[in-house]
Design a protein around this ligand. Sequence first.
Ligand code: ADP
Length: 504
Amino acid sequence: MATVALDPRLDSKTSQFISGKHRMLIDGKFVAAASGKTLPVYNPSTGEVMADVPEAEAGDVDRAVRAARRAFDEGPWSQFAANRITASQRGRLLNKLADLMETHLEELAELESMDNGKPLSVARVADVPLAIDLFRYMAGWATKITGNTFPISFPGDFLSYTLREPIGVVGQIIPWNFPLLMAAWKLGPALAAGNTVVLKLAEQTPLSGLRLAELIQEAGFPEGVVNILTGYGEGAGAPLASHDLVDKVAFTGSTEVGKLIVKAATGNLKKVTLELGGKSPAIVFPDADLDKAIAGTASAIFFNHGQCCCAGSRLMVHERVYDQVVEGVSKIADSIRVGSGLDPETQMGPLVSEEQYNRVTGYIDSGLQEGAKATAGGRQKADKGYFVHPTVLTRTTPEMKVVREEIFGPVVCAQPFSDADIDRIAREANDSIYGLAASVWTQNISIANKMARRIRSGTVWINCHNVFDAALPFGGYKQSGWGREMGAEVLNNYTEVKAVTTAL
Ligand code: ADP
């Protein structure tokens, strides 16, 4: 493995973990890829390789899927095993995992910051606590997944009820923007509902997930119930999505790859849920509390460096307050301290990878070439690392690439609207292939709620943006996805419903 000096600010345990030998979790054991191949993990603040992790391929995926299959069909996780793990015990295992994560919160936050680039201060208060909270919330659901009884009208005397049963073996594929939190969103509900899992981490950010795998072992999940793989999308993600012994695949990532997942799933018609891209509008009405709207819409796009599927990347502002809002958001953009995630002064770290750096700066160039103007940021080359300054583009028009496509970086396109006709404003807000989220900024509760009903997206925030809770369903309309993450809703995506009727 390429060894580079890790940042001296890191706790020694974190450094040791990063530079240690990494293994995947398959069938309750930590193993290398069968081929012995590894893939490099980069530090986005420096562009240097800081770790190597196994590069899983189809054979490794098959091993993991078969282990999950055995665990579901035969092991103590099976509903019918003599020594079966009860719903209450499943909940306790999830709570134990959450407790262990809490004990290691600082280490997990450091790993997240090193791997993804995000400020440690953010990982510490957002990513890790939200992931812990999600496991606790889902632990509570383990004993509350129930069916119904039905007064049926078929002639005769019958008792009819439904059972909610786990789907079986679930393949899960996650991205790099919130590595630990995305793992929690996926594992929590699947395990609470009694499924077994093969989770593939993002190749850019495998470290916190591998540490989570150790904590899962420590918590005492039976072998094969959770399998965690590292590998590339085509090499490991694709064979997982197409595997015949997988009953369901849950994917979070780009809309482009989401479509490939759907195709890959057709072989055995496995169930599919997708949480995909977005191009979320943040809509500011002239009566909004402008200080809050400016700070809120800036954070809507710049939080996590714009690497959020629900980032408020289209800033729509009424023309009466447009200049003031754009100036305010641009000032905030200019004031954001960009630097290494471990630096306590840093408010925005680097983008996750060279690929993302090239993609985001390419979009900025494309916007400027098409006639947009940068009132903050724009292309600025750093000596090393994948740093992009928060950027505000004005004079954008609805047909520009920067307005239509997901950039997934700290770049917002500002556009004025002139109308008080909320149907027309909603049409403009809905003019996107995506429908993940939106925010509406106004003090008029009637306008706010009328807009909330007209916007075609899975989340609408009023006078806020990026507010998440384990209890709230999250997911997309249109090409932003299928199904929902979190809340009670997600459990529908991890259970089958069986109707049982008895002639009495
Ligand atoms: P991003 O563009 O944000 O990197 P992707 O959609 O490319 O997001 O990746 C999200 C996840 O999907 C990653 O874990 C990646 O390895 C995986 N992936 C990429 N391509 C494929 C594929 N063809 N089949 C299955 N998984 C894939």
